[in-house]
Design a protein around this ligand. Sequence first.
Ligand code: GLN
Length: 284
Amino acid sequence: MRVLDLLKSAAKQLQEAGIESPKSDAEWLLAAVLNTDGTNLYLMHERRLQPDERARFDAFLSRRLKREPLQYILGICEFYGFEFVVSPAVLIPRPETELLVEKVVELAAEISSPRIIDLGTGSGSIAVSLAKLMAKARLVATDISTAALEMAQKNAQRHGVAERIEFRLADMTQSETLSSSKSFDIVVSNPPYILETERPSLQPEIRDWEPAAALYVDDDGLKFYRYIIDYCYRCLRAGGWVACEMASQRSSAIAGLFRAAGFHDVQIIKDLAGLERHVIGQRL
Ligand code: GLN
C-alpha cells in the first residue's frame, strides 16, 4: 500500500474510534515509523512501506485505536519548545502548564540565582524548563514515584541541566521529607487536582492511561494546596513566592486558602482558554 492510502485508511479507522484529530495522529505515527517529520511525509506519498515498517505502523495504530495517548506511543512530548521523553509513569505535560513556567520566570526575574522547588515534578517538565530558561537557577524536584523521578532525571540529562537539579523521592503530604533547605525563593507545583468523582467524565486517553497518582485527589480537592501552604511556611523565605496550577472550578476556594494562610498579593491567572488556572502568592 502507498503511504497516501495507508494514511487515509488509518485516519478513517481512528475517526471511527472517536479520536479527535485522526488525520494528524495518523501522520505523526507514520512519520515516527519512517523516522521523518510531517513535512517530509508529504514528499513520500507515493512510497511503499517495507514489511517491517508496515508491522511497526500497524502496532502503533492498534495502540492508538485503544486510545493510548499519542505521546506515550511516540515516547516524546513537546513542552515549552523542549522535547521531553514521557511514558505512562508520568503525566503528559500540558500546554497550560507552560504559562506557569512563564510566570515563575517572571517572579524570579529580580533574583540573581533563584532557588526553586518543584513539588510533584513528574516528567520534570517544569523543573527542567526552568533550569533551561534560567542559567543560574538551582532547583529541587520532588516526586512520590521512583519511575517518574527517573524520567525527570533523564529529561534533565537530555537538556544538560542535571547538575543544577537535585531530585528527591518525597511525599507532598509529608512536608518534612521534601527538602530540608529553609530558603527557597519560589515553590512551584502542578499537584493532582481532579476529583475522583470527575474521573468518569474524562476522555479515555486521560482516564485509562495517565497515572492516577498524578491526577486525582479525594475529598474537596484542596488537600495538596493545604500541604503546599504548610511547606511554604517551613521552607519559603520571607518575600518568596508560591505558584500553583489548579482546577478552574475550585479557583476561588484555592485562592482563598492562600489568602487565609496570610499570603500577600494572591493572584489568579487565566489560561489561554480563559479558565482560572494558576494561583500565585507571596509569603510575607
Ligand atoms: N509537574 C508535572 C507537570 O506539570 C507533573 C504534574 C503531575 O504529575 N501532577 O506536567
